[in-house]
Write a protein that binds this ligand. Structure first.
Ligand code: ZN
Length: 208
């Protein structure tokens, strides 16, 4: 039994019969051909979020490659992790994160619904890293360029990494270190701006 009865001619979203307009882009089910075409032109522009194709391809490929490398690293880490359920589970979480990275990359390359939001989550999760005696966390997929600061003794530096790396550890005797991945921050801010712009365009489309 299928609840989907019409596919939006503008954004391809599936909609319920009962709704007269597309839940994703606001296009009327009964829109004229002319209206569909003008909406489609606006939607293509906004669904790319104004992101140039070259940038979208590069970020998509980076997320896919980063995710694939991440899964290799997870496999390798798993072989080094003591066979305790909690330790292995923490490593396993990153397998999920890297599968998510691959999925985000594919969604971005193919402009699947929600790709902008999901890529925001992917890059947002990579912005901050922290090491403390209680919890240490870092996650990067594909590449990292950032700065870090340690508090006692005071030290700071620049950190670059090509590839994928991650850490989630509790209760470890370690100095407090904060890291800021500038590369992920720049992409997060860029995507967030595009997402806001896109939301504004779609709102305008709905209001028409
Ligand atoms: Zn639509």
């Amino acid at each position: 039994m299928s609840h989907y009865v019409w596919s939006c001619p503008v954004c391809k979203a599936s909609n319920l019969t009962s709704s007269g307009e597309c839940s994703a882009c606001g296009c009327q089910a009964q829109a004229s051909q002319q209206e569909v075409e003008s909406r489609r032109a606006a939607f293509e522009g906004s669904s790319a979020g104004g992101i140039p194709n070259r940038v979208r391809m590069a970020l998509g490929i980076l997320a896919v490659v980063g995710g694939a490398l991440g899964i290799v690293v997870v496999g390798w880490q798993m072989s080094l992790t003591p066979p305790f359920f909690v330790s292995r589970f923490l490593v396993f979480l990153f397998a999920v994160a890297y599968v998510f990275s691959i999925w985000c990359g594919i969604a971005m390359l193919r402009r699947k619904p929600g790709w902008l939001r999901f890529n925001l989550i992917l890059w947002g999760a990579q912005v901050l890293s922290i090491a403390t005696p209680v919890v240490s966390y870092s996650f990067s997929s594909g590449a990292l360029f950032g700065i870090w600061a340690q508090f006692s003794p005071i030290r700071a530096g620049v950190h670059t990494w090509i590839g994928s790396r991650f850490e989630l550890v509790f209760w470890r005797d370690a100095p407090v270190v904060l890291g800021l991945n500038l590369f992920a921050l720049a992409i997060t801010v860029y995507l967030a701006k595009k997402a806001l712009h896109r939301a504004a365009v779609l709102d305008r489309g709905r209001a028409q």
